[in-house]
Design a protein around this ligand. Structure first.
Ligand code: EPZ
Length: 462
């Protein structure tokens, strides 16, 4: 049994910037063109951790989730679960969760508005309690992020769902308080909608079939977590998932998959700095599209062991065209990072962003660093240039921040990145991992700007 829990933020040792106000007071300074070398440890997958934490609401018992990255978003999800009466305790990279007593079915707006993924609690709350009241997650920098497929699917499972004053009110009519299995076709293979409906269906009466379901590895990870709790799910990882409802789920001890987007980001870090980096643990099948594209431009990715990959850069890198697609296509979450790499390729590349409607905001910042990119709608034309030059830039969203770090690692001179709260949401100790392989960077207070010629190691101005 989990002992009395302490305030969740006290337990999840997230980066200090977590407590900073939205407009960060710190900046990241990177001195580029440093060769990197060595091994990088890949953390647990953010997009598994967030949905699996919500999935723990399905179980009225202890759940231990291992390999949980220490991220701002994970801390926020913990706060939301705590606000429902769930007990959480962080033990190293493990998170112990006990949802035996859920005090209330309404998540506070001020927490939900800070973390879109908090909407994942609606399916488990509804399945467990027969009622859920969750504020609509707003849009974000990359798009409107609607939840109509989640709502439509919950209605198909027999829930009565109304949206009033920005909150989704869902409940199950009648005394039985169980959802009813249904056949649901998703208009688009939405990761979130697939996960919400799969979780809700685990405790429904009868069989649910999700057609045109998302096939992302994080969906499979969630399905495996639910199966470890006794759920009956088959077909996860394909476009048709079948869930046979059970009356209740039991405790489990589950380890999350490595973060394929963090791994992909470090593969690009090796390529863009012309360095060999070795990453572990990774699941190579989760990176097939990214590996194929790296090879197509002249880099190579070698599997030295079943869960280890090594990036071997090419002398020069060629151009390529990329179209982001649902898994197993090229991941939208790697689009910005790969664009940073292609800015230095020989030749012209075209990137088409088909998943989100506003996920090219890093283009303007990359162009400030000397890239030559033009955008028409959701298509970016990247003309390769011989060099990027360091500059002050502003991060606009999580993966754009990573792209700017990568560009800074390759640029001549110093790059200074503002709005680091985006980065802290999705990368565990990115700076520490880069320093360990030889990058020259530092996070300092914005008002302690160093002249650009100063490099780490030189004494800071008093
Ligand atoms: C998940 O977001 C990830 N987030 C995203 O990662 C990722 O980019 C995305 O899947 C696609 O792979 C988490 O898992 C926490 P979607 P999600 O529902 O579930 C439309 C990162 O950087 N749509 O698959 O919100 C939607 O507008 C983040 O780590 C509807 O129209 O993505 C979008 O165009 C960013 N109606 C498309 O589907 C709906 O009800 C894909 O969205 C739901 C989605």
């Amino acid at each position: 049994m989990i002992p009395e829990d302490r305030p969740i933020t006290a337990q999840l040792n997230t980066p200090s910037s977590h407590s900073l106000p939205e407009e960060d007071q710190s900046v990241l300074q990177i001195w580029g063109r440093q060769p990197l070398a060595g091994q990088v440890k890949i953390s647990g997958a953010k997009n598994s951790a967030l949905v699996i934490m919500a999935g723990a609401l399905l179980c009225a018992d202890d759940c231990r989730i291992r390999n949980v990255p220490s991220l701002v978003d994970v801390s926020r999800m913990g706060e939301i679960l705590s606000s429902l009466g769930v007990k959480l305790r962080r033990q190293g990279d493990a998170l112990e969760i006990n949802a035996s007593h859920i005090g209330q079915a309404k998540a506070p707006y001020e927490l939900v508005s800070q973390l879109r993924a908090s909407f994942f609690i609606i399916g488990p709350l509804l399945a467990r309690l027969g009622v859920a009241r969750v504020p609509l997650p707003g849009g974000c920098a990359i798009g409107a992020r609607p939840v109509d497929l989640h709502v439509r699917g919950l209605r198909a499972l027999g829930a009565d769902v109304q949206i009033e004053h920005g909150t989704v009110h869902a409940y199950i009519r009648g005394s039985k308080q169980r959802l009813k299995g249904a056949r649901i076709y998703l208009d688009c293979p939405s990761v979130g909608a697939t996960e919400t409906l799969m979780m809700a269906a685990t405790l429904a009466e009868g069989e649910t079939i999700l057609e045109n379901a998302a096939q992302e590895p994080e969906v499979v990870d969630l399905a495996n977590f639910c199966r470890a709790m006794g759920a009956r799910i088959r077909g996860a990882g394909t476009n048709t998932i079948v869930i046979s409802g059970v009356p209740s789920l039991h405790s489990t001890d589950y380890s999350i998959i490595p973060d394929r987007i963090e791994a992909g980001t470090f593969l690009v870090a090796g390529a863009i700095t012309h360095s060999e980096l070795s990453l572990a643990p990774v699941i190579p099948d989760h990176l097939a599209a990214v590996i194929a594209k790296l090879r197509s431009i002249g880099a190579d990715v070698i599997s030295d062991a079943p869960n280890r990959l090594r990036i071997v850069p090419g002398q020069r890198h060629g151009a390529t065209d990329i179209k982001t697609l649902p898994f197993p296509g090229f991941p939208t979450d790697m689009q910005a990072q790969f664009m940073a790499l292609l800015t230095l390729s020989e030749g012209n590349s075209i990137i088409t962003e088909t998943v989100f409607e506003n996920r090219l905001r890093h283009v303007a910042e990359l162009n400030r660093m000397g890239a030559d990119i033009t955008v028409k709608g959701n298509i970016a034309l990247i003309r390769g240039v011989p060099m990027l030059s360091g500059a002050p830039v502003v991060a606009t969203d999580l993966r754009a921040s990573a792209a700017l770090v990568l560009a800074g690692l390759a640029a001549e001179g110093m790059t200074q990145i503002q709005c680091l709260h985006h980065l802290d949401r999705g990368y565990e100790n990115l700076e520490g991992k880069l320093l360990e392989v030889g990058a020259r960077l530092r996070r300092i207070d914005a008002d302690m700007e160093l002249p650009s010629s100063e490099a780490p190691g030189s004494p800071l101005p008093t």
